[in-house]
Design a protein around this ligand. Structure first.
Ligand code: SF4
Length: 369
């Protein structure tokens, strides 16, 4: 940081004045309560602000305090989280609530270092909670901070590298005000979300334009520097809708791994049907699936494709493409070998289902008419 102290102070002043006058009115900003800040930050990791608000309000209604969250059962937790995906984050929220209730006697730790000991809380969330709830002088370094400060200070470090967080934290730290670092961090979030946007920064409206090195050199879009992530690996699957409109088969996923413990239609991957990975499958898997369910579930079914487009769903490292197939389930079928259960339509809403299952059900209801 080669700015003079005077320049640093002028920057702080301009930045915080702008925030005081222009901050977004968000429900979690109405209190400086760590539970509210934490919940909003975890939800915002995966979803846009306007989408998060109703989920945030619904979750707080279900669990008004961390003690309520700590004490709930997994099914109720997942129901309150439903629609947000990434269920491991909901599980971590509960684990951290339990840690606060047991290890900290219900009193939130106030430093970023202590907060990072809680489940699911990384350096960014810890700094956001510590600064906003407890006024700790911690820079909250997320995508917005990378973009804003990479441009302001022309920092060339690759933001795809984990170690770069430390470079940005060290660059931002001298700029934090002695008091009000929470507002400073929230000003960064708001500037990044509304003005210093990724593709089209509105530099003419920017309250800190006069300090911005990228603006002065016309290089805004060269920052932040980021190497490309590998593309998610494609995986081809079939979803089996077996039953009738009153009841159908559902499977709960294993307790570990992707979509752990959530319920979906039975899913069969291309790899399950191939004798080796070079084996080319036909476009229509009906015959192979009929054979597969006969061998694996001991079910004698007539499986046919559901006409219509495949459902796609992308996780961080995988891209699922799922074709839908259907079959009637004869009355009194023995399900002893099926690793799941027959679910009545009336009970379906009680199951915790991931977003991809919702997409599959919507597509099935539309395309099977
Ligand atoms: Fe971002 Fe432009 Fe402001 Fe620089 S001047 S911080 S590039 S909006």
């Amino acid at each position: 940081m080669n700015w003079t102290t005077k320049k640093q102070q002028a920057f702080q002043q301009d930045f915080l004045n702008w925030y005081q006058q222009n901050q977004r009115d968000l429900p979690w900003r109405h209190f400086h309560d760590p539970y509210h800040i934490w919940l909003s930050e975890i939800m915002l990791q995966q979803t846009q602000v306007h989408t998060v608000i109703p989920y945030y309000q619904r979750f707080l209604k279900a669990f008004p305090t961390i003690a309520d969250l700590a004490a709930t059962d997994e099914a109720t937790l997942f129901k309150a989280w439903e629609g947000l995906g990434y269920y491991s984050r909901a599980r971590n929220l509960q684990r951290a609530a339990q840690q606060i209730c047991t290890d900290y006697q219900g009193v939130w730790p106030q430093t970023a270092a202590e907060l990072e000991k809680l489940a699911g809380i990384g350096p960014y969330t810890a700094a956001a909670i510590a600064s906003i709830a407890f006024d700790a002088p911690e820079p909250a370094v997320d995508g917005n901070a990378y973009r804003v400060f990479a441009r302001l200070l022309q920092i060339k470090a690759d933001v795809a590298q984990p170690k770069t967080r430390g470079i940005f934290a060290a660059a931002i730290r001298p700029l934090l005000p002695a008091q009000g670092s929470g507002d400073f961090n929230q000003a960064t979030m708001d500037l990044g979300a509304t003005i210093c946007t990724p593709k089209d920064p509105a530099c003419l409206l920017c309250p800190v334009q006069q300090y911005c090195q990228a603006y002065q050199t016309g290089t805004q879009l060269d920052y932040p520097v980021k190497t490309k992530k590998p593309k998610p690996k494609p995986v081809h699957l079939a979803a089996l809708v077996i039953g009738d409109p009153q009841q159908w088969l559902m499977q709960q996923r294993p307790g570990q791994g992707l979509l752990a413990n959530l319920w979906t239609y039975p899913l069969v991957s291309a790899a399950d049907l191939q004798s080796d990975e070079n084996d080319k499958l036909p476009a229509d898997w009906s015959a192979l699936l009929t054979q597969y369910v006969a061998q694996t579930y001991q079910l004698d079914l007539n499986i046919t494709p559901v006409k219509g487009r495949a459902v796609t769903h992308t996780f961080t490292h995988l891209k699922w493409t799922i074709d839908l197939y259907q079959a009637k389930l004869p009355a009194k079928t023995d399900l002893a070998f099926f690793p799941g259960q027959l679910v009545a339509a009336a009970d379906y809403d009680q199951l915790a289902v991931p977003t991809v299952q919702k997409k599959l059900q919507q597509r099935f209801l539309k395309d099977s008419k």
